[in-house]
Design a protein around this ligand. Structure first.
Ligand SMILES: *[C@@H]1O[C@H](CO)[C@@H](O)[C@H](O)[C@H]1NC(C)=O
Length: 116
């Protein structure tokens, strides 16, 4: 019983340390699933599917804190690394095509720890 109380206490403390409430922290799974409809555009170009822009603006809206944006940045880099077909010039033009303002450069060389 005492052990369980300790566990709960630890969870509560861990949540308080994180800037955003635990339930709202963004995950790589969310980032990747938001961008799946974009893969065709990212590899071959052409028209941007509406579902892709929906994913991009959804991610941008979900990433409210600096730590969320750093998570998204890191996940994007992992996604590039595991999808060799992605053309970076398409990737960097994507937010503009969707009318979404992403406050940092999307590139494998972006230093995610500097993302605000
Ligand atoms: C990426 O797309 C641009 C514009 O269509 C093209 O000029 C460039 O060669 C492509 N790069 C790669 C690595 O396919």
């Amino acid at each position: 019983m005492a052990k369980m109380v300790m566990t709960v206490m630890c969870l509560v403390l861990a949540c308080m340390v994180v800037v955003t409430p635990c339930a709202e922290a963004i995950s790589c799974g969310q980032v990747v699933s938001g961008l799946v409809p974009c893969l065709g555009y990212l590899t071959k170009g052409g028209a941007v599917p509406p579902a892709c822009c929906g994913g991009v603006s959804g991610l941008n809206n979900a990433a409210k804190s600096t730590s969320d944006r750093q998570t998204v940045c890191a996940c994007l880099k992992v996604a590039y690394a595991s999808n060799s077909g992605i053309n970076l010039s398409y990737a960097s033009s994507l937010p503009g095509k969707c009318g979404v303002n992403i406050p940092y450069k999307i590139s494998p060389s972006t230093d995610c720890s500097k993302v605000q």
